[in-house]
Design a protein around this ligand. Structure first.
Ligand code: ZN
Ligand code: ZN
Length: 960
């Protein structure tokens, strides 16, 4: 995800309590055009990168040092021509320095922000209530949304509203070509990772969209401000988000008073096209009595919102027949009537009023969005009087006050929806269409990301050893029928309902089309058809699959042969003989699962960074955790399997603060918290850059995450050595003894890269960032235990060259006893680069690595680009691995300009493989890894050309 740094503070969130009293909806929609003058600079940086290079020297320097969006089309052009001009160009000193040392210093030090301030305005749209097309549409239901609320789009020609933005929304919209750039308002039905997990990424993308980027209104119950506070830690200068909190704060002292007001209908938007209002629901008050109240008040995600969308009635048109009947002759009086002026009849002695000559008016459709996460919320809803005008069965309600609801979209879970009271409640809306968009069993089999499922199915066909996930899951495979939350309906049905499907629409305008529309629902292909397609498209793939299988069989022969000292190997395998740590390794030792292999933002085929290290009976780890990591775990292991994986996590390590590396963290932690409820357990250790702590601290005000944070700087070699010596010196270590703090500080001099006077030193050793070892000490001790349980000897973070506080990591497996019981086999070593330029620290850390997982954002031809953004090219990544004598190199974090397979030069790949989402590399298969690459290439032989489709264009963004 891009770390967009050009966002300006546009928080206009009023104090929630004063907000309610002074609420005037229309006043909110005046565009906020006031910009702090110091940011109001001309923006050179919105030009494509290489275009800037070929323009004036001044703008060249500026753009070179800034990380802004590059359109893939401009980049492609540059690959051909303009880049060649680069080397002959005179460069500014700063650029020259960057070139000499091979990285972008400003970016590495976090100083490249100010030049990129954009003017992110709210768009003003001219609304047309009469002729607009309008509908509501369900975005995303299916397997990976089993724990994520689907989003609902309310569409008008000139305005878009989205309800909820769970993880994966962007990927879903990219796949289905739904333009998110037209969204003006996002509404949250609750504020938690389930409903808002995709929000940070979405906001960053919107800020990077188009020349100027754009700003949106985000609406949620008052606690939404905590989420925005949390996002400030990685969306510098906060955001282009206009926060619109409503309702009382649960932390306010006045809760009892406000509880009365809670069920009032709050008008949020009222314009020519739509009126949107909200009714807040809080679990029924009986559960908030007594001691529990305080505890209760702290849980923000408990408030849910029912949204009511009402389109205005459209007055009928002037009807000449009626005018004639009232004795009017065609002429100027017709026009006057149409202008709203009453006129005297020409032939009768009466006044004719405009309303007398109108044709039938078109009623305004009404849609309700209901999110009752628990039965307790539902009981609250039953007692809400403000919703009574929408019921069809309140006899006392005067006819003119009655409103007819056309469609109710239920986001409530099956457990609530299937209760008899809920069913009774639904039937109160007369003939309304009820769409159940909560978790439905049947949707589990329909992947919401069909394109990536298709690729997964193809990879699985070719090489099931490295791609065990089938791409498509059946209910049977998922073995989840016993889960009570997912229980199918009990048979009790008082009113007709339909299950939501991806892209199901309900038309609102034109009125003649009012009702359901299934035409947009994508056809689902069975896995069998996908393979048939593959075989007809690439007939030789069938042979290839057999040859791949033979690699494993040969391997069995080879090991037999090896025991006869008669091993025949491919020449390149001689160059890197199997390291001793792999001797006699079983399939239950370690497996690397690449969950997300793309950079910047989630795309159609590649999700953002996450590496799952499966240690089997010893648990698991996550290295980075981009948005949608949980969904990817489900695609790899199934729903139950993903739960087990999350339950078994020993710790999570995050490389740096860019959003493509950590925005899936809260969702994982929240799930773990729920899974372990009532089970004795320790909070999960999260090791990350210090900016991440700010995010997690702020986020925890919203939702309990049940974790302990440890700064990456505490796990550098120097810090660990200091910790060890302290630990050994004194068993009675006093955590409060302040004078020991210094000894655990990372020793800058230990680092080659950050040696005194080196260009990187300044941002490593920043003033005002003391390493508070006092607090860290108990967590360090705990980490020691955790490592032991996980069968690891150590975890060591090391600084890399990317942005401030960016790290790579070394995981060292513990020594093990050979199955013969006589020999000690040394532990394996996994090194993960994070995002970085090649650097000596990384080479040193990777010495003798069993596997080096290295970012390779760019192809070799784009080295200038890699330097400007502090990333690596394929070749550079391989050079690091070669220099360090790594046994195997896995390349990942590919720019989204390579939608399915990156561009690479096969001749250097003898110990290397490129990663695909869900690729699962068991250490027992490591020796085969590079030999699979040519077959993988065959699978994409028709797609090696750089794809420049629409979605790619929008996917290329600032930085990652
Ligand atoms: Zn990244
Ligand atoms: Zn990054």
């Amino acid at each position: 995800m891009p770390q967009i740094t050009n966002l300006r503070l546009l928080f206009s969130s009023p104090n929630p309590t004063t907000f309610l009293s002074s609420f005037k909806p229309n006043s909110l929609f005046k565009p906020n055009t006031k910009i702090p003058t110091k940011f109001n600079k001309p923006n050179y940086s919105s030009y494509p990168f290489f275009t800037c290079l070929s323009s004036s020297r001044k703008s060249h320097s500026k753009s070179f040092n800034s990380n802004r969006r590059i359109s893939s089309s401009s980049l492609k052009k540059s690959e051909m021509g303009e880049k060649r001009g680069l080397s002959s160009m005179k460069m500014d000193d700063e650029v020259a320095e960057s070139k000499k040392i091979g990285f972008n210093k400003k970016r590495a030090e976090g100083r490249d922000k100010s030049s990129r301030v954009k003017d992110l305005k709210l768009k003003v749209r001219r609304l047309n209530p009469v002729n607009t097309i309008s509908y509501v549409q369900v975005l995303g239901t299916g397997m990976d949304t089993q724990d994520t609320s689907p989003s609902v789009l309310l569409f008008f020609d000139k305005q878009r509203f989205i309800f909820n933005a769970g993880e994966g929304l962007q990927r879903f919209c990219t796949e289905h070509k739904i333009k998110l750039s037209k969204i003006d308002h996002i509404f949250l039905s609750r504020v938690c990772s389930e409903t808002a997990g995709g929000l940070p990424g979405l906001l960053l993308t919107l800020a990077g969209t188009g020349e100027e980027g754009m700003s949106v209104n985000v609406w949620g119950p008052s606690d939404f401000k905590y989420l925005v506070d949390a996002m400030k830690s990685f969306i510098p200068n906060a955001a282009m988000v206009h926060t619109r909190c409503f309702g009382p704060s649960p932390k306010s002292d006045k809760i009892p008073d406000n509880l009365e007001k809670l069920n009032d209908q709050l008008k949020l938007i009222d314009d020519e096209v739509v009126k949107i209002s909200a009714i807040l629901l809080r679990p029924s008050s009986s559960e908030t009595n007594g001691i529990k109240k305080d505890e209760f008040a702290l849980k923000s995600s408990d408030i849910s919102v029912l949204y009511i969308c009402e389109l205005p009635e459209i007055r009928g048109k002037f009807d000449p027949e009626k005018a004639r009947a009232l004795g009017l002759r065609p002429g100027p009086k017709y026009r006057e009537l149409q202008e709203g002026i009453s006129v005297k009849s020409d032939t009768k002695n009466i006044m004719v009023h405009p309303d007398d000559v109108l044709g039938p008016s078109v009623p305004g459709p009404i849609v309700l969005l209901v999110d009752c996460p628990t039965l307790s919320h539902f009981r609250e809803l039953l007692s809400a009087s403000s919703i009574e005008t929408y019921y069809a069965d309140v006899a006392s309600m005067p006819e003119e006050n009655r409103k007819t609801v056309n469609c109710v979209i239920h986001l409530s879970p099956a457990l609530v929806v299937n209760s008899s009271d809920y069913q009774k409640w639904m039937s109160r809306f007369g003939g309304a269409e009820h769409i159940l968009a909560g978790h439905q069993m049947k949707n589990i089999e329909i992947p919401i990301l069909q394109s990536s499922a298709r690729v997964a199915a193809r990879l699985n066909y070719l090489c099931p050893q490295f791609f065990p996930a089938p791409g498509f899951w059946s209910l049977q495979q998922l073995k989840c029928s016993t889960s009570p939350v997912m229980a199918e309906d009990t048979g009790l049905k008082l009113c007709e309902t339909i299950s939501a499907e991806n892209l199901l629409k309900f038309h609102l305008r034109p009125y003649a089309q009012l009702g359901l529309d299934r035409t947009g629902i994508p056809a689902t292909a069975a896995p069998r058809e996908i393979i048939e397609d593959l075989l007809s498209e690439i007939p030789e793939i069938s042979d290839a699959a057999q040859q791949v299988a033979r690699l494993w069989r040969e391997d069995e022969h080879a090991s037999e042969a090896a025991s006869d000292n008669n091993m025949i190997e491919e020449p390149w395998l001689n160059q890197s003989a199997v390291p001793s740590c792999l001797e006699g390794i079983t399939r239950e030792n370690v497996e690397i699962v690449l969950l997300g292999t793309g950079s910047s933002q989630p795309s159609k085929y590649r999700n953002v960074s996450s590496v799952f290290i499966n240690l089997f009976s010893k648990g698991s780890l996550l290295l980075d955790c981009g948005e949608g990591t949980l969904g990817q775990l489900k695609r790899r292991f199934g729903i139950q399997g993903a739960d087990d994986a999350v339950r078994g996590l020993r710790f999570i390590w995050i490389s740096h603060i860019h959003a493509d590396h950590h925005t899936g963290l809260a969702r994982i932690l929240a799930l773990r918290r729920d899974l372990l409820k009532g089970v004795p357990h320790e909070p999960l250790v999260v090791i990350g850059p210090r900016q991440l702590k700010r995010f997690l601290d702020a986020y925890e005000r919203l939702e309990e995450l049940d974790m302990q944070f440890l700064d990456c700087r505490h796990t550098t070699k120097a810090s660990l050595a200091a910790f060890e010596s302290n630990y050994n010196q004194s068993d009675n270590y006093e955590p409060s003894s302040g004078n020991k703090v210094d000894s655990v500080k990372p020793k800058v001099s230990d680092s080659i890269l950050f040696a005194k006077g080196s260009p990187m030193q300044s941002h490593w050793k920043r003033p005002g960032s003391p390493v508070d070892s006092t607090l860290a000490h108990p967590i360090m001790e705990k980490l020691t235990d955790v490592l032991g349980d996980a069968g690891l000897e150590s975890i060591i973070s090391f600084p890399v060259v990317h942005c401030p506080q960016a790290f790579g990591v070394v995981l060292k497996g513990a020594d093990r006893l050979h199955s013969d019981g006589r020999r000690i086999i040394p532990g394996w070593k996994i090194v993960y680069s994070g995002d970085t330029r090649p650097c000596p620290e990384l080479v040193e850390a990777s010495q003798g690595a069993t596997v080096l997982i290295h970012e390779a954002t760019f192809e070799d031809a784009l080295v200038e680009e890699a330097i400007a953004r502090n990333h690596s090219t394929t070749k550079e990544a391989i050079e690091v691995g070669d220099a360090a004598g790594a046994y195997r190199i896995i390349l990942t974090h590919f720019s989204q300009r390579y939608p399915k397979i990156p561009v690479f030069d096969e001749s250097h790949m003898h110990k290397t493989c490129i990663a695909f989402d869900m690729m699962s590399i068991n250490f027992a298969d490591l020796h085969v890894l590079p030999r699979v690459l040519p077959y993988l290439k065959l699978l994409f032989k028709n797609e090696m050309v750089v794809d420049e489709s629409d979605e790619l264009e929008s996917a290329v963004s600032l930085a990652a």
